[in-house]
Write a protein that binds this ligand. Structure first.
Ligand SMILES: Cc1cc2nc3c(=O)[nH]c(=O)nc-3n(C[C@H](O)[C@H](O)[C@H](O)COP(=O)(O)OP(=O)(O)OC[C@H]3O[C@@H](n4cnc5c(N)ncnc54)[C@H](O)[C@@H]3O)c2cc1C
Length: 417
């Protein structure tokens, strides 16, 4: 895009190294088809070689390009933010998945373990997160505690060198496939809600863990209810100090926002696609681009897409200058989620009756409706737009704090329904 900056010599060298590596691991003909811009040839190579995202995750996860920011000893490059951005743009260029199939492991659990985990925990878990060998889920939200997460009620009680966990989580994405979960549980009900929490790694195959898939309106079952009945967790699976769970959870949540803001909310990010850039593929779905009203809406969406890209670019420049992820993460999470809803609604609108009924086998129509329905979740997952707007109001605009009647009150004393 026109406001992209040119690579420095070291950035060029990094890209070249990665391209050389890709040339060695991709199926024969793939790099050539990309260089030639030959979509049909790329599609042939892809289907002929049986490309599969799980096998690809194992390949890239064993290389340093899956997480250049992670320490070298745990599979990264101990690199800088620009390396992560350059690696991602090379994956886009080569039409490869830009998001790990283990998105919660790579995006959330890994950074939390790197910051708060013990050396043994880092050694044991990080590499298998990158290769996708062990999938992770996030066990935070509960039926009565979503936006007000710190009010959660799942209990962990110390018993010798073990903890015994009882309670229920909900909305747990991919718990049905997960080997491990990031569990936030209450270990001290006698103190204020934020102070009595502890963060654990839970083995999802432990006796007493029951996962029940929830069916969504898209027809798929992305997330689950998870019940714990006398589940034992060894104390060496605790992350951070007892009672310091909220601080560790904030690391997870901050990384979740950055992960979701950075993801193009599009299934192709996860599976890889042999198609052109996301804006072009959006345009391809708009049938009558000569209609003046359609053109106005496309132009409006183009402007909003540019605003989103520029905000993301500003956030990455700030990180390149060494600043911690700032409010742009929340701003872009809110904007990206709502833009995705407007865009997917426009696409089904522009395609007329096929929004409600389509011929069997019309994958394009089914995909449009699936994207439209799935986009409803974008303004809820990873913090609702209302709650993130509260945070922006308080932290960026300096407006008065949201009302919190539980502040300073022991959790056990707080009225709950
Ligand atoms: C697709 C999807 C995947 C998810 N995956 C996971 C996961 O893997 N692990 C996990 O732990 N959680 C997950 N979640 C849960 C998610 O984090 C929660 O849904 C979210 O935090 C909102 O909580 P809630 O659903 O309990 O809604 P509530 O907190 O009950 O909110 C209900 C409504 O009230 C509004 N509201 C609440 N408080 C305020 C306030 N103070 N000011 C203004 N408005 C307010 C909200 O914006 C919302 O509109 C997922 C959610 C979705 C949709």
């Amino acid at each position: 895009m026109r406001w992209e900056i040119e690579d420095t010599p070291s950035q060029q060298a990094f890209r070249q190294e990665m391209r050389d590596w890709l040339a060695g691991v991709l199926p024969e003909g793939w790099p050539e088809a990309v260089e030639a811009g030959d979509d049909a040839a790329l599609e042939r190579v892809k289907s002929g070689s049986g490309f599969n995202p799980f096998a690809w995750q194992a390949t890239i996860g064993a290389s340093p390009y899956a997480a250049p920011l992670w320490p070298k000893e745990y599979g990264g490059l101990s690199g800088e933010v620009w390396m992560q951005q350059a690696a991602r743009s090379e994956l886009v260029r080569y039409r490869l998945p830009t998001v790990s199939i283990n998105i919660l492991g790579v995006g959330l659990a890994g950074p939390t373990l790197i910051e708060h985990g013990t050396d043994r925990q880092k050694e044991r878990y990080l590499r298998k997160i990158l290769t996708g060998e062990e999938i992770w889920c996030q066990l935070f939200s509960e039926p009565g505690s979503g936006s007000d997460l710190a009010s959660l009620a799942t209990r962990a009680v110390r018993d010798g060198d073990q903890w015994v966990v009882n309670g229920q989580k909900v909305w747990t994405t991919i718990a049905q496939f997960a080997s491990f979960g990031m569990l936030l549980a209450r270990t001290d009900p006698g103190v204020a809600k934020h102070e009595g929490l502890t963060y654990f790694i839970i083995d999802m195959k432990s006796p007493g863990v029951e996962v029940r898939p929830l069916r969504q309106m898209t027809g798929s079952s992305e997330f689950n209810e998870v019940f714990f009945t006398d589940v034992h967790i060894p104390d060496d699976q605790r992350v951070g100090a007892t009672g310091d769970g909220w601080r560790c959870a904030r690391t997870t949540l901050m990384n979740e926002r950055v992960t979701l803001a950075g993801v193009s909310l599009d299934p192709v990010s996860f599976t890889g696609g042999t198609r052109r850039d996301p804006w072009q593929s959006f345009l391809d779905q708009v049938p009558d681009r000569h209609d003046p009203l359609v053109r106005q809406r496309v132009a409006q969406l183009y402007i909003e897409n540019e605003v989103k890209e520029i905000t993301a670019f500003r956030a990455s420049s700030a990180r390149l200058r060494g600043q911690a992820p700032g409010p742009e993460g929340s701003v872009n999470k809110v904007f990206n989620a709502e833009l995705n809803q407007r865009r997917s609604a426009f696409v089904v609108d522009a395609n007329g009756m096929s929004a409600t009924a389509w011929l069997p086998g019309d994958q394009a129509a089914a995909g449009r409706v699936q994207t439209f329905l799935r986009a409803r979740a974008n303004t809820i997952e990873g913090g609702t737009s209302e709650v993130l707007r509260n945070q922006m109001a308080e932290r960026i605009l300096g407006l008065p704090r949201d009302v919190d009647v539980d502040r300073g009150v022991a959790w056990a004393e707080v009225k709950r329904n």
